[in-house]
Design a protein around this ligand. Structure first.
Ligand code: MEV
Length: 436
């Protein structure tokens, strides 16, 4: 089968059928999918090697976003998330985007920044000049601490010197820029920071302070854009052009108001975090970087914005994204390895572009819903399915019970139990009637 992410009716299939289809489309072996995911992607014994005081593991739903095309290539994108409707919403929005050619994305070189703080600075100007004059020496010293990275084509590249504080409490902060290739880069950056700190303090005639990477990795940004035609955006009751107006209005609201921007960005991170978690990456680092970047202008702002271009809606998302496809967790986490394989990620930048596309898709789905029916209709329909399952519904009864409680506008466990009982009774009566 040609690599595709378009599987009509996927949501109606059984888990086994879905696994078989994804296996065929992505080349991930069904047995590998089963082995990796049956136990939640990780067994307790392996987990014990990750962190301390392990008692077991804690599973979350693992789904896939469909219809995703990034730079002309189809992707089945794994998403780990507990919130109903996030996977469906991203897939629906990706389908609208796909109809106009898919997402276009670019990613910067994988540059991370180590920070070395120098305190007790007597003459900041002299210190700064001395450090800048020794740039080559510092870069070489850094590279000697991470020899494996140079072999992979990465390594320390340059330094920057910043002076912070007042003359009374001046501090110098030196940044060492490190090309981390396909690693997320936290360990590499921290190793570099510790390796060069003493020499920097000597050059500056100062004391060593903190030595750690910054999660505001703004030299490692990813950008994704998409264009959606009005007719793709139309709902049952709303013309596509009106939907464009609504989405542009939602975008403007987020640009003007940090309260709204926070929620707007939460919708973006719904998609990005789910991919970050599925691929074994550090979502706290990604979150920290994203929100710091959103606040870079002094007012917290939306990471994605939407504009009208004729009869089309055009969205743009930009954020720093430090993701890895090698090292650390990825070596030992079967679920994360499976995700990278399924996604067909060729490296860290490729993964970042796919994750950002899911972020923009999630944002589009959210603002379109908010500008049209509101968010609760879709949410409630999905929530009703979970309630039906909790009430004991199985097979086709899940959808039927869900529909009954949605129509009754009573999405409670009690109502679902009652609906299930009514169904059983009806079917029982039917059986009697048939026997007659
Ligand atoms: C819910 O998880 C995310 C939304 O609140 C995002 C938004 O408001 O844009 C729907």
């Amino acid at each position: 089968m040609a690599r595709t992410s378009r599987f009509p009716g996927f949501y109606k299939m059984t888990v086994e059928e879905r696994r078989a289809l994804v296996s065929e489309a992505t080349g991930a072996d069904t047995r590998d999918i089963e082995n990796a995911l049956e136990g939640g992607g990780l067994d307790a014994e392996t987990a014990d090697k990750f962190v301390e005081n392990v008692l077991g593991t804690y599973a979350l739903p693992y789904g896939v976003a469909l219809n995703v095309r990034v730079n002309g290539k189809d992707r089945v994108v794994p998403m780990v998330v507990e919130e109903p409707s996030v996977v469906a919403a991203a897939s629906n929005a990706a389908k609208m985007v796909r109809a106009s050619g898919g997402f276009q994305a670019t990613a910067d070189e994988p540059l991370m920044t180590s920070q070395i703080q120098l305190t007790g600075v007597v003459d900041a100007d002299r210190a700064r000049a001395a450090i800048l004059a020794a740039e080559r020496e510092i870069v070489d010293l850094a590279n000697r601490a991470i020899p494996g990275l140079a072999v992979r084509g990465g390594g320390a590249r340059s330094i920057e010197v910043r002076t912070l504080g007042t003359p009374a409490d001046a501090m110098i902060v030196v940044h060492v820029v490190v090309d981390c290739r396909d690693a997320m880069g936290a360990n590499l950056s921290n190793t570099v920071a510790e390796a060069v700190a003493d020499r920097l303090a000597e050059l500056a005639d100062a004391k060593v302070g903190l030595r750690i990477l910054t999660n505001l990795c703004d030299k490692r940004r990813v950008r994704v854009t998409c264009r959606v035609r009005a007719e793709e955006l139309a709902t049952e009751d709303m013309d596509g052009n009106l939907v464009i107006d609504g989405v542009v209005n939602a975008s403007r609201f987020a640009e003007l108001d940090p309260y709204r921007a926070a929620t707007h960005n939460k919708g973006i991170m719904n998609g990005i975090d789910a991919v970050v978690i599925a691929t074994g990456n550090d979502w706290r680092a990604v979150e920290a970087g994203a929100h710091a970047y959103a606040a870079r202008g002094g007012q917290y702002a939306p990471l994605a914005t939407w504009k009208r271009e004729g009869a089309a809606l055009v969205g743009t998302l930009e954020l720093p994204l430090a993701l890895g496809t090698v090292g650390g967790t990825l070596r030992v986490h079967p679920g994360a390895r499976l995700s990278l394989h399924m996604l067909g990620a060729t490296g860290a930048r490729d993964l970042a572009m796919a994750a950002a596309a899911i972020g923009l898709a999630s944002n589009l789905a959210a603002v379109r819903a908010l500008a049209t029916d509101g968010i609760q209709r879709g949410h409630m329909a999905l929530h009703a399915r979970s309630v039906a399952v909790a009430a004991g519904a199985t097979g086709d009864k899940v959808a039927r019970v869900a529909q009954m409680i949605v129509e009754a506008r009573d999405i409670t466990l009690e109502a679902a139990r009652q609906a299930l009982e009514n169904l059983a009774q009806r079917e029982g009566d039917g059986a009697v009637a048939a026997d007659d």
